[in-house]
Design a protein around this ligand. Sequence first.
Ligand code: TXA
Ligand code: MG
Length: 332
Amino acid sequence: MKEAADILRGGGVVAIPTETVYGLAADATNAEAVRRIFEIKGRPATNPLIVHVADVEGARACVAEWPDEATRLAERFWPGPLTIVLPKAASIVDEVTAGGPTVGVRVPDHPVTLEVIRDLGRGVCAPSANRSEHVSPTTAQHVRDDLGNSVDLILDGGPCRVGIESTVLSLATPVPTALRPGGVSLEALQEVLGEVRVQAGSDKGVAMSPGRQGRHYAPDLHVRSMPHGDPSSLSAVALEEGWNNFVVMPLAHGRVAEAVDRWSGGEAIIIAMPADPKAYACQLYDALREAERLGNSTDTGYLFIELPPATPEWAAVRDRILRATAEADLPR
Ligand code: TXA
Ligand code: MG
């Protein structure tokens, strides 16, 4: 942790554990260091980064104003998987915000990273520590697999507890606006704030935050989602496109899982997913990486993912699946 803080102080780039996914961190006041994050990830410079701080005081140092709503949200959800977007302070460099007037801040719930931030004495900006558009990392090994030796240090804090990214909420809009579903549910936000808008298209795999649309969180395979509880698309697609061998991620014990068990058209490699939303989220990215490994090491370049039901508690997981299965040529 001491070494990590020193590297960050010197303008280096360090992969850090959080409760959501691993981040690729740099000093948020050092433009050159921040530019290296974009280079390492292959990330478009138009997509802003989240600044990670140790407490409310640290968050206030990053923003130009701190409304009452922010205090209430911080009390309820920090440390934790909620990113709050507010007008930025002058000290936050343009590279972090993609030239925009706002900045996203959050207090991650991981003792290792909180210690590093406290030692550094200011916020670190960090996107997820994966190749741009690839599956987000939930273990240190995932980071190593994606980014190799291009980072100065990887801090191993164990597997991520939440497993999908933070909820991004803007308080820089007239009505609070959810930009990305994540570890904190819309219902929980509404309990604290009353009205919360959801940026249109949130459950359809389209843009919710500036700079990103379409395919994201995607394994290097041909991926298709299938409707919840409906195995018919399996044989339809198999017939249509000759996909007889495949990896499939059904919900455990459901109708799709049963149909896959009986599949006789070819080889089906099954990764059964939990029927509980939190447990599912925790395993999703590891399962996608495992599917990728299995798919590429057999003659099976195909992955089917059963969508969970379209109910509020599944919103964040469905968002990630729909983005992972979005066509590569959708507008970005
Ligand atoms: O859980 C997380 O949020 C993880 C961990 C590492 O903290 N980080 C993460 O970062 O997911 P990234 O870069 O993969 O996603 C950040 C999201 C993007 O959708 C980005 O567009 C949005 O947050 N975002 C960041 N700053 C923003 C801003 N000022 N206004 C609107 N959206 C913003
Ligand atoms: Mg990301």
